[in-house]
Design a protein around this ligand. Structure first.
Ligand code: HEC
Ligand code: HEC
Length: 216
């Protein structure tokens, strides 16, 4: 499963999202009937090797497909139970947090203030997003883009990455691609902080933070 996770991050996450819940480039795999019916990569293997629609082909062995399958099943179970819990919590319960405690978490434990400013980038959040949407953005910011520096002096936002290839969109909007073996590069993904926080939130932290963000 851990090897599957790594492989998924390298080859699939760009389109299907790091947690496999889908992204701009590919559908949610935690709700896919193809994944649900798969055992040990029997279905996922041939699909991944053949490609499908906008999805490219990947030369993975049966064993590697089995690892991917193990990761996807784990994600499906985990996220679908988290989500059903969250749905049970419901919108009115979302509003039960304590904004003051949320502000304390924002400036303290959560270290949110090291990247965000309540009067700057987060000002007016409540007007930008509905409640459920705001909670989702707070947990999994979807507008986050990783920055890439290709040495010596090319910079841009990460557009695509797999084991062999790296593509960026530069400041003029041009896409550029390299074979990874030909370049040295550094990827900086600040929103990684959000994914690292996920296992550390208590339910109360989430409610309090949410109540605080609703005041901005
Ligand atoms: C460039 C984007 C892209 C990448 C990279 C990518 N996929 Fe996909 N994937 C898609 C798209 C788009 C579809 C939907 C294709 C269609 O049905 O036309 C899809 C469909 C799938 C499906 C079928 C889902 C369903 O329910 O029909 C599976 C399973 C899947 N991908 C697994 C993977 C795995 C595993 C990897 C990594 C090895 C991967 N994908 C990499 C874009 C991508
Ligand atoms: C290491 C930097 C970093 C830390 C720490 C961090 N974030 Fe973020 N956050 C980002 C990035 C990068 C984005 C995506 C880019 C953007 O939308 O500004 C983002 C996006 C968001 C968004 C969506 C904003 C929008 O306009 O769409 C919210 C809400 C948010 N973060 C809240 C938080 C909260 C609450 C914490 C603390 C628990 C936190 N962030 C900690 C980097 C960080």
């Amino acid at each position: 499963m851990e090897r599957g996770r790594e492989r998924f991050q390298q080859s699939c996450a760009f389109c299907h999202g790091r947690d496999a819940t889908g992204g701009e480039g590919g559908p949610n795999l935690t709700r896919s009937s193809v994944v649900a019916k798969d055992a040990d990569g029997e279905t996922i293997g041939p699909l991944v090797r053949a490609g499908r629609g906008a999805m490219p082909r990947f030369p993975f062995t049966d064993a590697e497909a089995g690892e991917l399958s193990a990761f996807l099943h784990t994600q499906a179970v985990k996220l679908n139970s988290e989500e059903s819990q969250r749905r049970k919590i419901g919108l009115s319960d979302l509003m039960t947090g304590d904004a003051k405690a949320g502000a304390a978490f924002f400036n303290g434990t959560g270290q949110c203030a090291s990247c965000h400013s309540p009067s700057g980038d987060l000002a007016g959040l409540k007007r930008r997003y509905g409640a459920m949407e705001l909670e989702r953005q707070m947990l999994y910011p979807e507008h986050a883009r990783a920055m890439v520096k290709v040495r010596p002096q090319i910079e841009g936002t990460l557009a695509y990455e797999d084991e062999f290839t790296l593509s960026i969109t530069d400041s003029k909007g041009w896409n550029r691609s390299w074979s990874k073996s030909e370049i040295t590069y550094v990827v900086t993904d600040k929103a990684e902080a959000h994914r690292k926080l996920l296992p550390h939130y208590s339910n109360a932290d989430i409610h309090n933070l949410f109540a605080y963000l609703e005041t901005l």
